[in-house]
Design a protein around this ligand. Structure first.
Ligand code: FES
Length: 593
């Protein structure tokens, strides 16, 4: 073999930067071979195999987390967005490097996408750490992807900017405008109640998702997009543009350009995700009638940075924060209407008196400066003024009582007013399988004023806290015209769902919470006005039942499931893994304004 000598050291010097001299760009985070010079030499040799020139490799490196997947139509435009992000990076003098991570779609994640959110967060965090990048662009959208990305990036700590894929377009069924997924549930309810036939439900199925992109109502994806913009993590206006519009592509290009700017100025994620930023996001969550999942995800992101979310304080915040956004399921419109109405700038302008305007954003300017830059508002009917809200309080109320010592929540803006003060007889299902077996049984002893209780769908119970908290109305009652009932569980529900539904009961049944001891026939009282959720039995009776029926926490023998069951926290800690949260809590939010 012809063993040629390596290039002379003087020639090599022009091609290989000594890592000690530049802990940025391609020289960041070198693979450990015990010789850093060799590590960089080898890295450059391999990347040059892909055709890169030395000039390109000298630029700041901007990572792009690519969540394109054939299993994720909500991210169907990701390739186009990546192209635009790259253009923005190149225009600003950076070197774009896209890399794959886990992608999660709600309908293609078994048992539930929430079970996998923390795995995606770990993937995102470790890939940001492992690979050289001076800033990262996160491309997410479908419900759990954006929270997973922000959780991981918050822990990784480098300059970070979020881009969402954007909402899908609405479709049309027999001239009626429809969109996923509030209308999915409405039409399915009509089908279950025999109001529409198999042919019509099949036709509806073709129209609900009219393009790639995320759900077109204020579900979890839209909620998290709005929260990311409120947090300051996104190009202003980046939350609302639909997936298939020119605006969305321009936002992607601008995202790439800003990422280079952030890399240059060292604007790390912890300087944006402050206590004030999280309080702003909570205000926005309440004002948009956002998904109840939003509070779990915000808690998890905040927990990565040492912030604890105080649910009682959130509830106090809710009393003074009205719902302003007229979007389904709390209102009438869809995300594309919100975008035409000016998007988040219109909402933030109205909410200004309630926001921390000095919170920093990815642009390097404050939220207040960005609101001012957006200019004056204009006539529109999607965002209401503070003086004429859709709902007088925030969308989410926090409940407490002997049934939920650690708290529970109800999306009051999407609940039936007549049921918000209600006492009824419990009809209990032990788990999802039990519910599926019995709920449509004509012999089920259930009446319209009963309260449906579903146990064991919490973080540990199912596992993964599935969106099964939206219990269907029992078939015989649905056919009799019953549209809503009080329903209680330790699980979650889709942000696209509506009804008088109590969720996130903490602690959950599977770890021995009081919910485990509820029996059919018990009486339960829900008072949203008093923020109360009570099981109407004596303390002694509850203690006796707990002693007679001890609960063993589920375990698994191996794999991710074992890690999950051992490490997952409750809803009030964001359902994150205990070892991924910041080791200490430095501040509780929301604090005093
Ligand atoms: Fe992806 Fe609704 S299923 S956003």
């Amino acid at each position: 073999m012809d063993m040629k000598k390596p290039e002379s050291s003087s020639r090599m010097a022009s091609h290989v930067t000594k890592p000690e001299d530049a802990a940025s760009g391609l020289a960041k985070g070198l693979t450990d071979y015990g010789d850093k010079g060799f590590s960089l030499f080898l890295r450059k040799a391999f990347i040059k195999g892909a055709g890169y020139t030395e000039r390109a490799l000298e630029r700041p490196v901007i990572g792009i987390a690519n969540t394109a997947s054939a299993y994720n139509p909500c991210h169907g435009n990701a390739p186009q967005l990546i192209e635009a992000v790259k253009r923005g990076i190149l225009l600003a003098g950076g070197l774009p490097m896209d890399f794959p991570t886990i992608s999660l779609h709600e309908s293609f994640s078994q048992p539930t996408s929430m079970y996998l959110r923390n795995l995606m967060a770990m993937d995102t965090e470790e890939m940001i750490r492992a690979q050289p990048m001076d800033a990262v662009v996160l491309i997410g959208g479908c419900d759990k992807t954006l929270p997973a990305q922000l959780m991981g990036a918050a822990s990784a700590g480098i300059p970070t900017i979020q881009l969402v894929t954007g909402s899908m377009l609405t479709g049309s069924h027999r001239s009626e405008r429809v969109g996923a997924c509030t209308d999915c549930r409405r039409f399915w309810g009509q089908y279950r109640a025999d109001q529409i036939d198999a042919e019509e439900i099949s036709a509806v199925n073709n129209q609900l998702v009219a393009s790639v992109g995320t759900c077109s109502v204020m579900g979890t994806a839209s909620t998290m997009a709005c929260l990311a913009e409120a947090l300051g993590m996104m190009v202003p206006g980046g939350a609302s543009a639909p997936a298939v519009t020119a605006d969305r592509i321009r936002i992607a290009e601008e995202t790439g350009t800003l990422a280079v700017q952030m890399a240059g100025s060292g604007l790390t994620i912890d300087r944006i995700l402050t206590a004030q930023a999280f309080e702003n996001a909570m205000r926005v969550l309440l004002a948009i009638g956002g998904s109840s999942n939003g509070i779990v995800h915000l808690t998890a992101i905040a927990g990565r940075l040492g912030f604890a979310v105080d649910l009682k304080a959130l509830d106090r915040m809710s009393l003074e924060t009205p719902v302003l956004l007229d979007l389904k399921p709390s209102g009438q419109h869809y995300m594309e209407d919100f975008h035409k109405a000016g998007g988040m700038a219109t909402l933030l302008r109205e909410l200004k008196p309630l926001l921390h305007l000095d919170a920093l954003t990815v642009t390097g300017r404050t939220l207040g400066q960005e609101i001012a830059r957006a200019g004056p508002g204009f006539a529109q009917d999607v965002v209401r003024p503070l003086s004429n809200p859709i709902y007088p309080q925030g969308g989410i109320a926090v409940l407490q009582g002997n049934l939920a010592p650690g708290g529970a929540i109800i999306k009051q803006s999407a609940a039936a007013p007549a049921l918000m003060e209600h006492e009824g007889r419990a009809v209990v299902f032990e788990n999802v399988q039990d519910m599926a077996r019995r709920i449509d049984d004509p012999a089920l002893d259930v009446h319209a004023d009963d309260i449906l209780v579903l146990k064991n769908i919490g973080p540990v119970g199912a596992p993964g806290m599935p969106e099964a908290g939206y219990l269907p109305i029992p078939m015989k009652l649905a056919r009799a015209g019953v549209k809503d009932m009080v329903r209680i569980s330790d699980g979650r529900m889709s942000g696209t769902a509506a009804g008088t539904i109590v969720l996130h009961v903490t602690p959950e049944a599977a770890i021995g919470g009081p919910l485990a001891q509820v029996r059919s026939g018990d009486r339960i009282r829900l008072s949203v006005a008093r923020r109360e959720l009570s099981l109407l039995i004596s303390e002694e009776e509850l203690a006796a039942r707990t002693q007679a029926n001890p609960v063993a926490r589920p375990t698994a023998e191996r794999g991710y499931r074992k890690l999950f069951l051992q490490s997952v926290t409750q809803a009030d800690q964001g359902v994150d893994f205990d070892f991924l949260r910041a080791p200490t809590t430095r501040q509780t939010i929301p604090g005093a304004k």
